[in-house]
Structure formats: C-alpha cells, structure tokens
Design a protein around this ligand. Structure first.
Ligand SMILES: Nc1nc2c(c(=O)[nH]1)N[C@H]1C(S)=C(S)[C@@H](COP(=O)(O)O)O[C@H]1N2
Ligand SMILES: [Mo]
Length: 415
C-alpha cells in the first residue's frame, strides 16, 4: 500500500505519457514551478463568457458546414453536407432543398388548404383551423428522385464530396395532421381513386397520388424538428409521404383535388418518369429504394495518419421500411463484413452504421451495401445501369464506393 502510494505520481505520469506517444495526441504538462491558479486555467475560465442569441446558431468555427448549391438541373438544388452529419437527424438549416420556381413568400394568415373534387363536402382550412387538429410525429428521410444523378450519368466518377454526390437526402422529425382526418371529414365519393396535390409556388408544382396510400400514410406536415417548417421546406404546410420520392411531397400545399384518375401533370409526365433499358417507361415510381453511403471517410476527405484506427461510419435508408443490415467491404467488393447498426432503427428513416477499421496505409476501396426488412438490397452500379436506359438517372441507389489512396486522400470511384 505504502510503496504503491509512493510511486503513484510517477506511475500516473508514465501512463499519461505513454498515451500521449501512443497516438491520441494529448499533451501532458511536465513538472514545472508552481504558477498562480489563473495562469494555469484556459483563458475562457478566467472571465465571464459572452452573450447568447435569441435564436441559437452553430459555432462560428463550424461555418464550413453548409449546403452546397447545384444549378445543373436548371433550377437550384441545395444539397445536405452528409459528410458532416453524425446522427440520424439533419439540422433543419442543412435540409436539402429543390425549388422549381424559388421559395414563395407566403403570409401564413392568408394561406388556405382546399379539399375538393369527388367529395361530399368541400372544405377549406386556414392555418389556425388546421393547428387545432390532433397531430402525429414521425422521423423520416426525404430524398429527391434525382439524388446521385451524376453517378448515374457521368461516364467517369466525379471527384466530389459526399454532399455534392448524394446530398439530396435528409432526415427530420415531421409533425402534422394525418391526411385521413381531412379527407374523411370531406367524405370521399365511391368513384374517388386519386388525389392531385398542388403547391402555392410560381409553377404550381403538382402531383397525382393514389388515394388509398394517402389515407394510410399521408400527412400535412406543419412542424420540422420541433419548430414550424422552414420556408425552404414548404412553410406554412407541405404534403408528406414517407418513403416516396421527394417531388410528391408538395411544398406550400394549398389544394387537394380528389379525382378518379391521375391528372398527368407536367411534374409527373416529364422530369420524373423513368425510361427502362428496353424503352418502356415507368409512369409512377413512388418508392425510394434501399440505399446507403459511408459518410466517413468519404469524398475529398483525407485520413489524418498514414496508418491507424479509423471508424467507418455511414447512413442507410429504405423507402419501403426498416434497414435490416448493412455490409461493408474494404477491398472493392471481394469480401464483406456486417456493420453495426445503431438504434433507433426506424421505419423509412436514416439508420446509422459503423465498422471499426485498422487502416494499413495501403490503397483501399470502401463500399457499403444496405438490405431492408423486405430483403431488398442495393445493386452494383453496373447492375443498375443495365436495368435503365442510358440517359436515366432517377432512383439511383447503386452501391457507393470510395477509394482511400496511400496518402490518405479519399475519392469517388465506380465499383
Ligand atoms: N410546391 C413545390 N413543392 C415541391 C417542389 C417544388 O419545386 N415546389 N420540389 C419538389 C422536389 S423535386 C423535391 S425533391 C422536394 C424537396 O423537398 P425539400 O426542398 O423540403 O427538401 O420537394 C418537392 N416539392
Ligand atoms: Mo426532386
């Protein structure tokens, strides 16, 4: 006991010193002449801190964590920097956004939602009335049908960040009124089969949706991550259909017309139809398929050390249900290992996965392949390309591969 106490100071210093040289980069103070307490404290501990803000902002030092803008489609597409996301919820300010005709400036007190067409009692809801209905909250991803289009179309893999390549997907907690409450109150007629949803933006973005699915899963979302929708996400209200392609989630929703047939609006007959390899056209492809990306390490990152421990981390999702497993390959798809899924594993939501990796400092091709609870799994890029016509790009869910070069730099590659 006595000798242990006598040596504990030395033993402790040796242990910490060992850790410091062992690679965790911790600086350890050596024995030094005694200093006044204030001189030994970090600056911030020696005086009162600064003021806070009425609405909080990220740390100034994190300013590089931003959405990136693409105009390749002819309209602005803001993409989530997924490489910086650790966790399943995308901060609202980083949610991706696609606006075909800009963000309308809507006065909430004048906005209304009309339910009409094949109904017994046409209804009109202002926001105040809608906010009095019972609401549900659900965590769900939202993905643009055109996410990862460049990987589908570009003959060579573009050297970009993950956000630039596949950032047209985000995940939020959405809170709102189930559509069934509103449609049942209006009373749909026997001949009713479809609903045309229209937005109050310049181009009156509109889509036809099967009534049965809307009654089962549709929501008029009013809140996102606990606060009212952001203008960019459809303030003051949007349609939300969990797991379905982004463009059916009509923002700035102002009209639901119950019909007996689809309307074949411009938004569903042009950009969002998908041409198959044999020339046939998929008219309505609502579900987003199972998909995953390794977020770390990912495109344009650089591993800090030529050798050493690195946690492979990523996100997986499926428009048809829960994620059942994610396999990770470190050798370009020759061998696979099951990654650990981190809960909560939610229906049609981001699921986080990780795999510990000891990098040996040699070139390595990393891939992730998710499988959902229905046994659907991601195709390789070559398999996906065989299924669709050469110029098709919607619903691209092929396995994403990253090459870690010997110097630690990470690049997008086709596997
Ligand atoms: N009214 C309206 N709704 C819209 C759009 C639009 O341009 N106008 N864009 C759609 C597309 S293409 C997508 S991918 C999703 C994106 O939703 P987000 O901007 O909230 O991420 O909104 C859809 N809803
Ligand atoms: Mo989209």
């Amino acid at each position: 006991m006595r000798s242990f106490n006598g040596h504990s100071g030395l033993a402790r210093r040796t242990f910490l010193g060992g850790l410091a040289t062992g690679g965790v980069g911790m600086a350890v103070a050596q024995a030094a002449p005694p200093q006044p307490l204030a001189a030994r404290l970090p600056d911030a501990m020696t005086r009162p801190g600064g003021a806070d803000l009425p609405y909080g902002l990220p740390a100034a030092q994190e300013a590089q964590v931003e959405r990136t803008l693409s105009t390749a489609a002819g309209f602005p597409v803001w993409r989530t920097p997924l490489q910086h996301q650790r966790g399943i919820i995308t901060p609202s300010g980083l949610h991706f956004a696609v606006h075909h005709n800009g963000v309308p400036d809507i006065a909430p007190e004048r906005h209304t939602l009309k339910v009409h067409g094949l109904v017994h009692k046409p209804l009109r809801f202002d926001l105040e009335r809608l906010l009095r209905y019972p609401m549900v909250s659900r965590v769900h991803f939202l993905e643009c049908a055109g996410n990862s289009a460049a990987n589908a179309l570009s003959p060579t893999a573009l050297d970009q960040t993950l956000g630039e390549i596949a950032g047209e997907v985000s995940c939020s907690e959405w809170t709102g009124v189930p559509l069934a409450y509103l449609l049942n109150e209006a009373g749909v007629k026997d001949s009713a089969q479809w609903v045309v949803a229209e937005g109050a933006d310049g181009g009156s973005h509109s889509r036809s949706l099967p009534l049965k699915a809307l009654l089962e899963h549709g929501m008029v979302a009013l809140y996102q991550n606990g606060e009212r929708l952001r203008p960019s996400q459809g303030y003051p209200m949007r349609l939300f259909m969990p797991g379905w392609e982004g463009n059916v989630n009509v923002k700035w929703l102002h009209r639901l017309e119950v019909t007996d047939a689809p309307a074949y609006t411009k938004d569903e007959s042009g950009l969002y139809t998908q041409v198959l390899a044999d020339g046939r056209i998929e008219r309505f492809a609502f579900h987003m398929e199972v998909k995953s990306v390794i977020t770390h390490p990912s495109g344009q990152q650089r591993l800090p050390e030529p050798h050493g421990f690195c946690e492979i981390a990523g996100l997986a999702w499926s428009g048809r249900g829960r994620i059942a497993r994610v396999d990770v390959s470190l050798d370009g798809g020759r061998t696979w290992a099951a990654a650990q899924l981190h809960g909560p594993v939610l229906d049609r939501a981001f699921t986080r996965f990780t795999l510990p990796w000891q990098w040996n400092g040699r070139k390595a091709d990393l891939m992730s392949r998710a499988t959902d609870e229905h046994g659907r799994t991601q195709p390789l890029r070559s398999e996906w390309k065989r299924r669709y016509a050469m110029h098709s790009f919607n619903h691209y869910n092929a396995v994403q591969a990253w090459r870690v070069q010997a110097d630690g730099r990470v690049e997008n590659v086709y596997a």
